[in-house]
Design a binder for this molecule. Structure first.
Ligand SMILES: NC(=O)c1ccc[n+]([C@@H]2O[C@H](COP(=O)([O-])OP(=O)(O)OC[C@H]3O[C@@H](n4cnc5c(N)ncnc54)[C@H](OP(=O)(O)O)[C@@H]3O)[C@@H](O)[C@H]2O)c1
Length: 399
């Protein structure tokens, strides 16, 4: 549905609230006689810096009806991913564009990934209708917002399955595809072969464990030591992880021998996935057999990656990088649709669960000041480390 310009603005507390009357709504399937208070809100920033300092919440008017080849979408849920922090800091290669919002302020809207529902379809759009779930293929689409007008070519329709939740949908375009592609595009692995990964409790790591298990691969999962290690080990094994160790365990030479000789039958491991780098990844590389691939996709330790030269000479190690954004740029729409179908199919079979998460709901009753405070607060907590859960933002837009 689209809302026209003859809507009234009222001030409720400090917050302008748009009051829509039923006759002003075009194309509504049904609407109650009482008025609807909508609050469109976005998490925005005007300069790069620490997210816990530079982010604020901004209320904005309803958007005009979508022009030709464009959709009006309502975001249902959007995650905060580590790369979003780097984007806000200004140290990530993908940059958002400035957007004019809320009384014409030029702002950057945060958020790259998210699940949205189609509200209104502009002329010339085919294959999408209101109520469909869509995910973004355009990077830095400003998903930390209530609604947006987006080009139909910048979204993919998400296949629906009973088991597919909003959390699955909101986290479907970055981490599971990264895990899937890294497991398929490099080493050619057979059933019972081993994969070793660090940051194994991350959302990508949880996807790696499950997608590998669905393929019959064994995973050696490395995590940082922590007081609740047993609990974490139990969770990762419940997802299908074969073994869970800490980086500190890799100092144990006898254990390395056991892994190389007993666990992998003398072959060593042929695929390593790295989102940490630093010395712990150098230690992980000792587990590689001949012709292994080390695929690096993150650097959470902020340390460089250093590998023994001997691994390249004597074991023919290949060390490469993977970026899901590049995959999206270099693959066809059909490839992207096929990948989404494969992942939703895994969800439908119960083989790909939601990541460990918590939802930060921003109430329509919160002022922008209160909403901004809640958002900055979560970034402060996350930056303290070992937060342990993917945080997703939900804007309650109507009351
Ligand atoms: N290249 C790509 O296309 C691509 C795609 C998706 C994600 N990524 C990258 O993959 C990584 C994980 O993303 P995610 O969304 O899965 O993250 P996430 O769920 O937020 O998890 C973050 C992970 O990083 C670990 N970590 C944080 N600081 C660390 C440090 N100083 N040393 C070692 N480990 C540390 C955390 O371990 P603790 O629990 O011990 O804190 C946790 O396992 C990020 O670097 C992200 O940018 C890359």
């Amino acid at each position: 549905m689209s809302f026209t310009s003859n809507m009234r603005l009222r001030l409720v507390g400090l917050r302008p609230v748009i009051v829509l009357r039923p006759r002003q709504c075009i194309g509504c399937r049904s609407i109650s006689a009482s008025s609807i208070r909508r609050v469109n809100r976005a998490v925005v920033y005007t300069e790069n810096g620490d997210p816990s300092q530079v982010l604020s919440a901004l209320t904005y008017d309803d958007l005009p009806p979508p022009p030709r080849d464009t959709l009006n979408i309502k975001f249902l849920l959007a995650p905060i991913n580590p790369a979003d922090i780097n984007v806000i800091q200004g140290v990530y290669p993908a940059k958002p564009s400035l957007t004019s919002l809320g009384e014409g302020r030029s702002v950057f809207v945060g958020g790259n990934e998210g699940l949205a529902e189609v509200v209104h379809v502009g002329d010339g759009v085919s294959g999408l209708s209101s109520g469909d779930w869509v995910v973004m293929t355009k990077p830095q689409a400003g998903t930390w917002s209530s609604s947006s007008n987006v080009r139909s070519e910048d979204v993919l329709k998400l296949p629906r399955a009973d088991a597919l939740t909003e959390v699955h949908g909101a986290t479907m375009t970055v981490n599971p595809p990264t895990a899937y592609n890294m497991l398929h595009d490099f080493a050619k692995l057979k059933k019972n072969d081993w994969v070793v990964q660090n940051g194994a409790n991350s959302a990508v790591g949880q996807s790696v464990i499950q997608i590998a298990a669905a393929r019959g691969l064994k995973t050696l999962n490395l995590v940082r030591s922590r007081p609740d290690l047993e609990d974490l080990t139990r969770k990762l094994k419940a997802l299908g992880g074969t073994e869970v160790l800490t980086y500190d365990d890799l100092a144990d030479r006898a254990l390395i021998k056991t892994i190389m000789n007993d666990w992998t039958g003398g072959k060593g491991i042929r695929l390593g996935l790295n989102c940490v780098s630093g010395k712990d990844t150098s230690a992980m590389a000792r587990l590689f057999g001949s012709n292994a691939y080390l695929v690096s996709y993150g650097a959470m330790s902020k340390e460089p990656l250093s590998l023994p030269t001997s691994l390249f000479i004597f074991k023919n190690l290949t060390s490469v990088g993977f970026w899901q954004s590049r995959w999206y740029k270099t693959h066809t729409r059909q490839d992207k649709e096929n990948l989404m179908e494969t992942l939703v199919d895994l969800v439908a079979q119960g083989k790909l669960k939601e990541p460990e998460h918590e939802i930060l709901s921003i109430s329509a009753h919160d002022s922008d000041e209160v909403a901004g405070g809640k958002i900055r607060d979560i970034f402060t907590k996350m930056s303290a480390g070992q937060y342990g859960k993917k945080v997703l933002l939900k804007f309650e837009s109507a009351k």
